[in-house]
Design a protein around this ligand. Sequence first.
Ligand SMILES: Cc1cc2nc3c(=O)[nH]c(=O)nc-3n(C[C@H](O)[C@H](O)[C@H](O)COP(=O)(O)O)c2cc1C
Ligand code: SF4
Length: 580
Amino acid sequence: MRTVSELLDAHQRDPTRLLQLLRDVQAASGQWLPPRVLTEVANGLGLPRAHVEGVAGFYAFLHLEPVGRFRVLVSDNITDVFAGSHDTLRAFSERLHVEPGHVRTDGVVSLDRTSCTGLCDQPPAILVNGRAISRVVGERLDAVVACIEAGTPVDRWPEALLHVDEGIRQRGPVLSSRLAPGAALRRVLEQGHDARTKTLEAARLRGRGGAGFPVVTKWETCRTAPGDSVVVCNADEGEPGTFKDRVLLATCADLVVEGMTVAAHCTQATTGFIYLRGEYTFLEGHLRGVLERRRREGLLGQGILGERGFDFDIDLHLGAGAYVCGEETALIESLEGKRGVPRHRPPFPVTNGYLGRPTIVNNVETYADVAVVFANGVEAWSALGTEKSTGSKLLSVAGDVERPGVYEVPWGVTLRDVLALAGGVDARAVQVSGPSGELVAPFEFDRRLCFEDLACAGAIAVFGPRRDLLEVALNFARFFAHESCGFCTPCRVGTHVAARSLSKLQQGRGSSVELTELETLAHLLRDTSHCGLGVMAPNAYRHWLRKFPEDVRRRLSASFEPSFDVEAALMNGRHEGARR
Ligand SMILES: Cc1cc2nc3c(=O)[nH]c(=O)nc-3n(C[C@H](O)[C@H](O)[C@H](O)COP(=O)(O)O)c2cc1C
Ligand code: SF4
C-alpha cells in the first residue's frame, strides 16, 4: 500500500491533480479520508487545508467519515427502481445486517443509494467500492453477499459477476466501423486546413451531448483564440438513463481517441483529457491500454504519424460522483482539481477554458462521429439523417421494453419506430434525454428524433401502462435536489421545494396550491439559475403536469384545502396597517 507521500510524488505534487490524488489516497487509506491525511495532502501540494477539505466534501465518492470496507451503493434511477432496486436494497439490508445510510458496527460494510450508475439496460445495478455490478437479483445478489462476508477484495470477485454486457442492439456507421487506428488521421493530414474545415462544414456535424452546437464553429473559435489549446472528451455521462458513451468507450475507444486526435490537429492542441465518470472505473484499465498502444503506434505523443510539430497526448481523469461535472465549465473546474461548480459565462471555454487556455469540450459520441466522417467521407455521413441533423445517433433504450440496449439509428426516426425496434409498443410515456429532457405522451409518438423536432442526447426511458408517472417525476425531482451543487439559491432551495411538493401530491395531501407552487418554481428556476442543471430541473415534472392532466387531477386531494392563506393574511395586515 502506497503512502500519501509516495502518492503525492506520483502526481508530481501538482495541485491540478488534487481530485485524482484524493481518489488514490482514499483507496490507499481504507475508503475514507481522515483529517490527518487531508492535512498531509494540503501540505504536500502547498494548498490551504480548507481548500482540500472543500474539494473532498464536494464529491459523493470521497468520504470525510469512516465508511465500510465494502461500500455498497444501490442505483436509485427510476428504471432500476421499476426493475426492483428497492427490493435489492432491502435484501442487502437484511442479509448484511446494515441499515441504508449506515455502516455496520464491525466496519465491514456500509449501504446506501446512489444516482444512476449507467447500467440501466442491465438493472438493478449497484456499485461496490466504485465497481459497477449489473442485474443484482437472485443468485447474483447471493454471490455479492458471499464475497463481502468472505472479505474478498472486489478485484478478485468472479469474472462473471463483474462482467458488464456490451449491450449493442443495432449498429450503424459508428458502431459497425472497422476503422484501422490512424486511418481517419491520415486523411486529415492529407487535407490542408481549408479542406478540413470544409469537410466539417459539409458534414454539418453537431455535438451529441445535448445542446447540438455545431462542431466546426466551436473548433474554429478555439483554433483562432490565443494560447495553447486543450481537447477534452466529456465522458461524465451522468444523465440518468444514458449509457451509450459507456458502450462506445468499451467497444470503440479507438474511434473516440482518433476523433480527439483529429480535433487536436484542427485546433492545434497539445493537451487532451478524457473525463470519465467515477461509476465507469471498470473501463479505466481498458482505456489506459488503448492510449498506451496508440502511443506505441505513433498515434499519440511527439510527432504523430511522423508529422513534425504534431504533438498531442491524452490524460485520463476520473470523476467522483457529481452529476454537475458533466456541465462543461464544472468539468473544467474538476479537471483543475477543484469543486465542480459551474463558471460564469462568458468567457466561454473555447477561449478561456482549462487553466485559462482555449478549450474544446465535446461528447464521447461527437469525437467518434468525427473519426467516421473523415474516414468514410461526408457523402456517406450526410446520406443519413435530416437536413439539420446529419448522420446517426446512439440511443440508450431502457425501462419497459423487451430489448433494452444501445441502438444506432439515423436521425429523423420517429419515437414510434424506436419503440417498435426495442419492443415497447404499449408505452404510456417515454422520457427522452433523461430527467432534464422531455416526457413524451403517446399522442406525440410520431415525433421525430432530430434537432428540428425532438432533440435527444441519448436516453430513451420507456414507461409501460402500469407505471406511476408521479413516481417518475418525484424520482427525477429528488435527483436534481441531490445533485444541485448549491452555488445559487434558486436551485439549491427550489429543487428541494419542488421535490417536497411532488411528495405531498404522492401522499394524497397535495392541492392546487402545490400545482401553483410547482409552476412558479419552474419559472424561477428557468429564469434565475446559474447553470443548465437548475434551468432544466423543472423538466422533471413540467411535462407531466401539462401532458397528463387526468393523472394530475387524480392525485389532487379533493378534501384538502390549505387552512391558512398567507397572502390573504398579509393583505389584511397591510390594510390594517394602512388604516392606523
Ligand atoms: C448539468 C449538466 C450535465 C451535463 N452532462 C453532460 C454529460 O454527461 N456529457 C456530455 O457530453 N455533456 C453534458 N452536458 C453538456 C455539456 O455542458 C457540453 O455542452 C457538452 O459536453 C458539449 O459537447 P458536444 O458539443 O459534443 O455536445 C451537461 C450539461 C449540464 C448543464
Ligand atoms: S443552477 Fe444549481 S447546479 Fe447550477 S450552479 Fe446553481 S446551484 Fe449549482
